[in-house]
Design a protein around this ligand. Structure first.
Ligand code: NAD
Length: 318
């Protein structure tokens, strides 16, 4: 018997995630919850029919009560990024939605691990910890897991090696202040830049800047083309759920609440964490070059301020 997974928000991201979850090993049962039950029912039926060609995972529209016993509840509900809008600008809109959802989910499925995808994704785990008392390792933001795969994908095309052989991470905010960890990136046990040099495809500082910009702006370009960004994050969600329900203890750069990072108090940014059945481990801080440490500290500061503002908003108006 596999795990029950709740997905709150049956929009573009929730539907893509549910579709991929329906063929994810260890998942037997998906419950889609949305303020628009007709939309959730439509997606559940459509995805359920696709699943019936293969794994036959059960996909159903439901209420919060149907989340009872869920191993993981994925939160994708809320407004999405409009052209020209930053993720942090989404804060006011989505904060109240996700705060309310967190309360409902905890009531229905107190044992579930919460996996947040709604933007600004790094603020939501902090709200769950600070307002609802969830343990930091059980309130996880997808964070820079997607950015890290975008970084690997970009490097793998340039180097003509499989992304699975590229070990490269993006840390910090899932957004404009994110930090590409060039100093710690490796391919085949070699420092990335040495591998690139030996392969005859060197990566100079100008190319590093271009690649960083490509990774940082990927979502904006995808949205400019198709209006939404859903399959990349759907794959990311399904991969993280697989690691949790399979108790893989694999390492991903998710975001969790941090009482302190590099002198910044009460923040939430992506760092490597071990992901398994109990959620995310405490984070690991990799060795950083001076400019990377400065940039990560600045990113942590951006989030600390945003979280403080968000908590104040909820406290004042909640
Ligand atoms: P969408 O508009 O297609 O879907 C949002 C869904 O949420 C809708 O079905 C809506 O009815 C539902 N909803 C709204 N309020 C709700 C509530 N209170 N309870 C239950 N359901 C509610 O948007 P989308 O494209 O699916 O994006 C969803 C979120 O995911 C956005 O915040 C977007 O920015 C974010 N996102 C995150 C990443 C990432 O890397 N973390 C990537 C892409 C998108």
């Amino acid at each position: 018997m596999g795990a029950r997974i709740g997905v709150i928000g049956a929009g573009q991201v929730g539907a893509a995630a549910s579709y991929l979850l329906s063929s994810t090993p260890g998942v037997s049962d998906i419950v889609l919850v949305d303020v628009d039950p007709a939309r959730a029912a439509g997606e559940a039926a459509d995805i359920g029919h696709a699943a019936a060609f293969g794994t036959a995972a059960r996909v159903q529209e439901g209420s919060y009560a149907d989340l009872a016993g869920a191993a993981v509840v994925v939160i994708t509900a809320g407004a999405s990024l409009k052209p020209g809008q930053t993720r942090l600008e989404l804060l006011q809109q989505n904060l109240r939605i996700v705060d309310h959802i967190t309360e409902q989910v905890l009531r229905a499925a107190p044992g579930a691990i919460l996996l947040f995808a709604t933007n600004p994704v790094d603020v939501m785990p902090a709200i769950a910890v600070q307002r609802w008392g969830v343990a930091p390792g059980r309130a996880i933001g997808t964070g820079c897991t997607l950015d890290s795969i975008r970084f690997r994908d970009r490097l793998s095309h340039h180097l003509e090696v499989s992304p699975s052989s590229v070990h490269a991470y993006v840390l910090g905010e899932h957004g404009d202040s994110e930090v590409l960890l060039w100093s710690g990136a490796q391919v085949g046990g070699l420092p990335l830049l040495d591998f690139a040099q030996q392969s005859g495809r060197p990566i100079d500082t100008a190319l590093q800047r271009t690649m960083a910009e490509d990774v940082r702006t990927a979502a904006y370009r995808i949205k400019a083309g198709k209006g939404v960004s859903n399959f990349g994050i759907g794959g990311c969600i399904a991969r993280l759920v697989r690691a949790i329900v399979g108790d893989e203890r694999s390492v991903f750069t998710v975001s969790t609440y941090l009482p302190e990072l590099l002198g910044v108090q009460r923040t939430c940014v992506s760092l490597p964490h071990v992901i398994g059945r109990t959620g995310a481990s405490t984070p690991y801080l990799p060795p950083l070059a001076d400019d990377e440490a400065t940039a990560l500290r600045a990113s942590a500061e951006v989030l600390a301020q945003t979280i403080a503002g968000g908590l104040q908003t909820l406290g004042e108006k909640g």
